[in-house]
Design a protein around this ligand. Structure first.
Ligand SMILES: Cc1cc2nc3c(=O)[nH]c(=O)nc-3n(C[C@H](O)[C@H](O)[C@H](O)COP(=O)(O)OP(=O)(O)OC[C@H]3O[C@@H](n4cnc5c(N)ncnc54)[C@H](O)[C@@H]3O)c2cc1C
Length: 379
């Protein structure tokens, strides 16, 4: 049997383009953006111009079509900037846009998708509410049809890019209680009645804005409904699959960067008259980190290959998210340990990787919810 790589020449070229973009447009400023708590809006436009935001989207809307591994390569290289906040903020379109693409009307798609891929408009996904996170079927934001509009009332929280978004793909309740009453509705944030009430302070992902939002008698055209009323829950669950794969990729890159930083550090730092790499205990720790990352990355790629082949490996996607997050938890912890006191200092990248990593086991479905899904498909 022949050995097959996941990445070919086209993927290598895309990877190189994104890497150069990150080196030029992000790396020189990323520490400053982290401290400021946001990156400039202009970065979306630049990423749009470089064709990065459009990777994996139809050419008809200004994107560049390709297989899933093109997207994987691009996401990994963006995450290489070492700021989960920049990766999450710049990538919020990748969770907000797919439902519009899949279920939006033609006019809506023509109007909204090109400016989002060009980086002129920011797109975000708004599902979570103060009283409903894991339990998506319990959301309370209401959308009541009145002729040609929906009247929307409710609140959302923890929304990535929420403060700056122009286009929000929102979960709303159009029907009765439970998952069957949930629909997806696009709210454009210049609609009267929409308000950003708070930008939240966080443990990590400092460079991304995470916001609390309110809709008060917000009148949204009925043509902004995605698919049929009551189908939203299924749209959200389908969307979660790619989001979980993205979280796994982000966890793997977070762990990879923590390993690379540690490998550099153990060569230069001395204790008891020799470099840290001279201690067998340190070398074994690094070996374990590298082994876990290798296994996690290969498993994630394998799951991506199944998706690319047209399968819907829900159980394996949840496993990949959980496994990669467990690996990045362990690796970022050990990386800080290897750095000693310096690992606790802001000027060392491992300090940020450790903080940024923590959310990966929570966002896009928690470790426990992943286990519920895996369990349901196992027994
Ligand atoms: C930085 C950040 C960015 C985010 N970005 C977005 C975004 O862009 N859009 C968006 O919509 N949301 C976003 N979220 C929200 C995120 O998806 C939720 O926080 C997550 O789904 C968990 O929901 P919750 O916080 O309400 O926790 P809860 O659902 O209240 O869970 C609390 C704890 O209970 C556990 N639990 C809950 N139910 C069960 C169960 N059935 N069995 C076992 N254990 C259970 C959970 O695993 C968790 O440990 C973001 C969150 C953060 C922190």
């Amino acid at each position: 049997m022949s050995y097959q790589e996941y990445f070919g020449e086209t993927h290598r070229l895309v990877r190189q383009t994104v890497r150069k973009f990150v080196e030029r447009e992000i790396n020189p400023y990323v520490n400053e953006w982290e401290e400021q708590g946001e990156f400039p809006r202009e970065l979306y436009r630049r990423a749009g111009e470089a064709g990065i935001l459009g990777i994996g989207y139809p050419e008809a809307f200004g994107g560049t079509e390709g297989d899933l591994f093109l997207k994987v390569a691009a996401m990994e290289e963006i995450a290489r900037c070492g700021s989960g906040g920049v990766a999450a903020g710049l990538g919020s379109l990748d969770i907000g846009l797919p439902p519009i693409l899949r279920s939006g009307g033609e006019n809506l798609k023509k109007r909204l998708i090109p400016p989002i891929l060009a980086g002129e408009k920011i797109c975000a996904l708004a599902i979570t509410e103060p009283n409903a996170g894991s339990d998506v079927g319990a959301i309370r934001t209401r959308a009541v049809q009145e002729g040609k509009v929906y009247r929307v009332n409710g609140r959302k929280t923890f929304i990535t890019s929420g403060a700056r978004a122009d286009v929000l793909t929102c979960a709303v309740r159009t029907g009765g209680p439970g998952p069957h009453g949930v629909s997806l509705l696009v709210v454009e944030t210049d609609t009267p009645g929409f308000e950003v009430t708070r930008v939240l302070k966080k443990m990590g992902w400092w460079a991304s804005d995470t916001a609390e939002l309110v809709f008060e008698d917000c009148l949204v055209p009925v043509e902004n409904l995605l698919g049929e009323e009551g189908q939203g829950f299924y749209g959200i669950m389908a969307n979660f699959q790619m989001e979980r794969l993205q979280m796994a990729l982000l966890a793997n890159m977070t762990a990879q960067l923590a390993l690379e930083e540690s490998l550099k550090y153990v060569k230069q730092r001395e204790a008891f008259g020799r470099p840290l790499e001279g201690f067998q205990v340190t070398r074994h720790k690094l070996v374990d980190m590298a082994t876990l990352i290798e296994a996690s990355r290969e498993f994630t790629y394998r799951v991506a290959a199944k998706i690319e082949a047209g399968l819907n490996p829900v159980k394996e996607i949840s496993m990949a998210k959980n496994f990669s997050c467990q690996v990045s938890d362990r690796v970022t912890y050990d990386a800080v340990q290897i750095h000693g006191g310096y690992g606790y200092m802001r000027e060392y990248l491992v300090e940020r990787l450790y903080r940024d990593n923590r959310v990966l086991s929570i966002g896009g479905g928690t470790q426990e919810i992943m286990k519920e899904i895996i369990g349901k498909l196992m027994f």
